[in-house]
Structure formats: C-alpha cells, structure tokens
Design a protein. Structure first.
Length: 94
C-alpha cells in the first residue's frame, strides 16, 4: 500500500511533536514534503498543515526551493467551483 495525501498530512502534523526550531524538525519537514511532492500527493490541506507546523524560514525555503509540486487534481475542483460561484454571486453587476 502506497502512502497517500492523508499519510503525508499526518506525518507533517507529527512535526509538531519535535522541538521547535530544531534541525531535526526542519529536516523531517523538508524530507516529508519532498516525498509528498514526488508522489503527487500535495493538496490544499497538506499545504495548510505545513504552513502551520513549519517555521517561517523553513516554509519560505520549501516553497522557494523550486521543487516540482504536483497538486492532486481531485482536491481542488469543488473548492475552485465554490469560490467562483461565490465571487460571481458577490458581484454587483451580475
């Protein structure tokens, strides 16, 4: 059985158990995020969890690392369609 987005999100959340601002935590988050990117299991929930667990410096280095991030397409359409619907609904000219 291969890991999926839930597995990686749980691993990212486990980063909170490591001491803050430690090399171990930074390496753990970077390695986990890299594996997640390579397997194509990045979604909006994982990104949210990573932003909550990682330090600002770690977050910036992971995002700016120019890794190939394949966002799981099944995680977005409902969110995107809901956002589009609400944005059109709030326009005064529609």
């Amino acid at each position: 059985m291969d890991p999926d987005h839930v597995t990686f999100a749980n691993m990212i959340r486990c980063g909170n158990l490591l001491p803050p601002a430690s090399q171990t935590k930074e390496k753990f988050l970077a390695a986990t995020f890299k594996l997640c990117c390579e397997s194509g299991n990045v979604n909006n929930y994982l990104i949210r969890d990573l932003s909550r667990v990682a330090s600002k410096e770690s977050w910036e280095s992971l995002v700016a690392a120019k890794m190939t991030v394949r966002i799981a397409g099944w995680s977005g359409p409902r969110n995107i369609s809901t956002a589009m619907m609400r944005s059109w609904d709030s326009r005064p000219d529609c």
